[in-house]
Design a protein around this ligand. Structure first.
Ligand code: NAD
Ligand code: MLT
Length: 314
C-alpha cells in the first residue's frame, strides 16, 4: 500500500526530529499545538496526515471533517484519544509507536514503587519546610516483598526485570501472555484470585478496556493483605479512584503511586492530596529519550507508508 503524503499537521508537542525527518523527504509540515477543537475541524481538510500525542482529541467529528486525511499517527502507546472506529470507517489508517516509551514508563513505575516504600516525597517536602523528622518516615524494604504485575506486556515485563534486582518476588497475570512466556522473565503467572492475597505491591500495565475498568476496586482490596500498595502508570480508571480513596482512609491500602487519572488534568484533587498518595501528572513517557524515539518512529512509519514499504519491518 502506498499513501501519497504531501501535507502533515502536528497538533501536539512532539520532538522537532519528527518535523525534520518529514521535511527532509519533501513533506510539508505544519506544527500548531494551539488549535481549539473548532479550529482543528476547520483546518483538518487541508491535510493528508495528522500526528498527535495525547492532548488532541481526534473525535468522530474531527474525522468526519477530515476529507483528505489518510493517516493519523500517535507519538506514543495508547490510542485512547483517537476514535479508531470512526477512522476505520473512513479508511484512515491509525498508527502508534508502542515500544518507544516502554523503558521510560517502566522506570517511572519503578520510581513510584521505590519512593513510596520510603515515603521520599513526604520526607523531602518536610525537610524543605525546615523539619528534621526521622521518626515519622520509617519505611519498608522492598527486598523479599511480592510485586503483582497485572498486564505482562512490554512495560509489565520491564518493571518485573527491574524490581527483581531489588529482591522482589514477581508474580503476575495476563490473559494473552501465559506462564510459559512469563517464566522466561521470572514472573510466576497466576490467576487474579490467587494473586491478590500474596501481593505487597500491585502494579497495573494493561490498556483501559471494559475488562480492566475499575479492575482494582473495593472487593479486590478486601482480598489483599492489609496495607497493600498500588501503582497505576498505565491508564486512569484501571484502579477505581473512589474505592482507592476509601481503602487509603481505612489503611487497607497502604499507599498509591499514580501517574494517570480518570480525568486529565484532574479537577478534583481529593485523592491526589491524600498523604499516602504520590501523584505525577502523566509523566511516564516524559523523558528526552522516549520523546526523541517516538518522534523519530512516527515520522519514519509515515515515510515507510508513503514509500510503499511494509510496516513494522515485515
Ligand atoms: P502492551 O500491549 O505491551 O501490554 C499490555 C498487556 O495487557 C498485554 O499483554 C495484554 O494482554 C494485557 N491485558 C489485556 N487485558 C488484560 C486484562 N484484563 N488483565 C490483565 N492483562 C491484560 O502495552 P504496554 O506498552 O505495556 O502499555 C501498558 C499500558 O501503559 C497501556 O495502557 C499504555 O497506554 C500505558 N502507557 C502509559 C504511559 C504513561 O505515560 N504513563 C506510557 C506508555 C504506556
Ligand atoms: C502513551 O500512551 O504513550 C503514554 O500515555 C504517554 C503519552 O501520552 O505520551
Amino acid at each position: 500500500m502506498v499513501i501519497s503524503l504531501k501535507k502533515v499537521l502536528i497538533s501536539d508537542e512532539i520532538d522537532e526530529k519528527c518535523v525534520n525527518i518529514l521535511k527532509k523527504k519533501g513533506v510539508e509540515v505544519v506544527k500548531n499545538t494551539k488549535l481549539s477543537k473548532e479550529e482543528l475541524i476547520a483546518e483538518i481538510p487541508k491535510y493528508d496526515g495528522l500526528i498527535v500525542r495525547s492532548a488532541t482529541k481526534v473525535t468522530a467529528d474531527v474525522i468526519s471533517a477530515a476529507s483528505n486525511l489518510k493517516i493519523i499517527g500517535r507519538a506514543g502507546t495508547g490510542v485512547d484519544n483517537i476514535d479508531c472506529n470512526a477512522a476505520t470507517q473512513r479508511g484512515i489508517i491509525v498508527m502508534n509507536t508502542p515500544g518507544g516509551n516502554t523503558l521510560s514508563a517502566a522506570e517511572h513505575t519503578c520510581a513510584l514503587i521505590v519512593t513510596m516504600s520510603r515515603e521520599i516525597p513526604n520526607a523531602a517536602q518536610s525537610m524543605k519546610e525546615g523539619k528534621w523528622d526521622r521518626k515519622k518516615y520509617m519505611g519498608n524494604e522492598l527486598n523479599g516483598k511480592t510485586l503483582a504485575i497485572i498486564g505482562l506486556g512490554r512495560i509489565g515485563k520491564e518493571v518485573a526485570l527491574r524490581m527483581q534486582s531489588f529482591g522482589m518476588t514477581t508474580i503476575g497475570f495476563d490473559p494473552i501472555i501465559g506462564g510459559d512466556v512469563s517464566s522466561e522473565f521470572d514472573v510466576e503467572w497466576m490467576k487474579l484470585e490467587e494473586l491478590w492475597p500474596l501481593a505487597d505491591y500491585i502494579t497495573v500495565h494493561t490498556p483501559l478496556i471494559p475488562q480492566t475498568k475499575n479492575l482494582i476496586n473495593d472487593e479486590v482490596f478486601s482480598k489483599c493483605k492489609k496495607g497493600v500498595k498500588v501503582i497505576n502508570c498505565a491508564r486512569g480508571g484501571i484502579i477505581d479512584e473512589e474505592g482507592l480513596f476509601r481503602n487509603l482512609e481505612t489503611g487497607q491500602c497502604g499507599g498509591a503511586g499514580l501517574d494517570v487519572f480518570v480525568q486529565e488534568p484532574p479537577t478534583d484533587f481529593k485523592l491526589i492530596k491524600h498523604p499516602k498518595v504520590i501523584a505525577t501528572p502523566h509523566l511516564g513517557a516524559s523523558t528526552y529519550e522516549a520523546q526523541s524515539r517516538v518522534a523519530v518512529e512516527i515520522a519514519e512509519q509515515f515515510l515507510d507508508l508513503s514509500e510503499g514499504l511494509k510496516l513494522f519491518g515485515a
